[in-house]
Design a protein around this ligand. Sequence first.
Ligand SMILES: Nc1ncnc2c1ncn2[C@@H]1O[C@H](COP(=O)(O)OP(=O)(O)OP(=O)(O)O)[C@@H](O)[C@H]1O
Ligand SMILES: [Mg+2]
Length: 719
Amino acid sequence: MALTTACLCCATLLVVHYSVKEHAREQVVAEAHTSLLAFDVLLHQHQNTLARKADLLATKAAMTGDDDDPGAAQSSPDALESDGSDLVAVADGAGRVVVLHSSPSSFSAADAQDMLARSSAEGSRSDWWYVGDSLYQVALEPIGHGPRKIIVGREIDYRAVHDMGRISRSQVVFSYDRHIIASTFRPIEEQEADKKLQSASSRGQIEMGDDQFFADSLELTNRSGSVVRLTVLKSFSESAALISRLNHLLLALGLVAVLAGAVFVFLISDTFTQPLANLLEGFQALERGDSDFPLHANGGDEVAQTTRAFDRMRDTLRKNEAQKQQLEDQLRQSQKMEALGRLAGGVAHDFNNLLTVIKGHSELITDRIALADPVLMSGQQIRKAADRAATLTRQMLTFSRRQALQPKVLNLNAIVDDMGKLLKRLIPEDIEVIFRTQESIGRVKADAGQLEQVLLNLAVNARDAMPRGGKLTIETQNATVDQDLARIRPSVEPGEYVKLVVSDTGTGMDAETKTHIFEPFFTTKEPGKGTGLGLATVYGVVKQTDGFIWVDTEIGVGSKFEIYLPRVNAKLDADVMRRDSPIRIAAPETVLLVEDEAEVLTLARDFLTAAGYQVLTAENGERALEVALGDNSIDILVTDVVMPRMRGPELAQRLRRVKPGLKVVYVSGYLEPNETDGDFLKEASFLNKPFSREMLVHQVGEALRKSAPANVAVETVAN
Ligand SMILES: Nc1ncnc2c1ncn2[C@@H]1O[C@H](COP(=O)(O)OP(=O)(O)OP(=O)(O)O)[C@@H](O)[C@H]1O
Ligand SMILES: [Mg+2]
């Protein structure tokens, strides 16, 4: 840009320079010509003056009548000087010069007579006389009417020439036969000028020394080849000096223009070009995936505003990208959990049936064997192992969220109070346990047993993280998560919650450990000390209760687990049934038992029969419908939930159409999400597999004691 400006300036200067030079040349030529014309006029005036003077003297001479010496009045040198003429002469009738006054005095009468003869031959009354290196402009006037003549002349000497030169500021040269007679040149220059003028034409360019002149000349007289010429020489150097001054001025102007251009270019570059280039680099960096390229956006001009807008856009993109990454991670995590859940659920279904059989038969064995029998020990061991296996299965199901929960509206403080007593036994004395429960806390809808499990798992983890003692704090409080809080707790959605916070002053976790803690079987504990299912269970319960978990931890400082459970407005439910209620022997009521696993069916039948119930059995839903149609005395249906062809809830629904008010107990190891079942647990009891004899008998007894469900429509069975 600066280069272009400089080039344009130079080109302009050159054009201006050459046009001015050309113009100056033309000016010189014109001036030379004008000067020549002016001198021509001047010489005519001089001629007139000389003519008048000659006329005056002639009149005077005629009047005095002094024929012999008509110029006597001028015969004295004084008279000549007062007249201001360089030559005054009187010629008689024969053409002889009788009186001659001249300055310089080298002029002889013979010379004058000679010149007069020439002039008289041409009959002219004005003439140029060249005598003895002097040039005179002369006027010739007859005295009276006679043949005598008065001649008055003016010498063209250096003074006269210099006077002329002053008028026109040019060199003036009078020459005779191409030899300089008088000029405004200095003597040395005059010699050179003399040589040049001899060879040059009457009009044109002449070079002298370092200077150049334009010469224009005027022929004053040409008598038989002897030419008296006036030449005007106008120097180009004056105009060259002018041009040079102009050049300097133009150069200075050019420099100023280039400098101004450079400043302008710098300003444009600083304000627009550089920021634009920076913005462009930012764009290109973003294309390459680099959204951290430093952008400079100073000032309030359009480029700066665009840059800022681009920066904001880039920020949003970055945030969106981070959010997308987080969502993808969450999706991957939940897909992983889902897959594990399906696996766990599938295994647990069969496993729970097997465990029910093992557990039940081991109970039967231990019940029937005498106390002294050594087999009793083995039976008890089998029972314990089955219990442990059942716990593991339950944990797996909880984590996979297939555990059959029995959610009730409850107060979290009640759970914490209950667990407090148990925890005191679990936590060593060097750990200070602090409970901070908020009064008038909101209610939550959750499975009480599962919440106890959550609190227990968190407390045990905290204990394990503080081998040398510390502080365990358990808090409950109402919490409102607004948009601001949700931003710093990204995994928690805005809403109203009841918060359970379990914090410790233990070892804390590094970032890597923190990302894995909710994965099943992830543990940092020694083999045999931890299964890695504790937090997976916590995660499962919280998710199944529609809640969220937030973990804060720092190595050497401690960990804090915040559990957000959605607040509900419903009334508190009655106390959750305790499983350890004593077994009671039932009245001889009729139980329809439906179970697709033959061994479980047999075992459950035995348990119920032993408890005094009439038991009808069926291995699937269709068979159960047949049995029910054949026997009208059925009081209660005990059915497996997950069965081929017809699921437990559907069977119950169809039976209730013919037998409204029929009590139902569902038995299951896990629950698959199934939309057609609806909220089937609403008007029924539920028993988890694997169950013990006590649990089964107790649940059936409890269900029979409950009042009949209201608003059940009476319909005939469809098939
Ligand atoms: N409060 C805590 N402080 C420090 N680390 C913890 C804490 N809670 C959990 N962890 C880490 O998370 C891991 C997983 O915990 P999790 O409860 O799932 O399994 P576990 O305690 O190892 O075994 P278990 O199945 O017996 O609970 C732990 O091994 C431990 O490294
Ligand atoms: Mg644990």
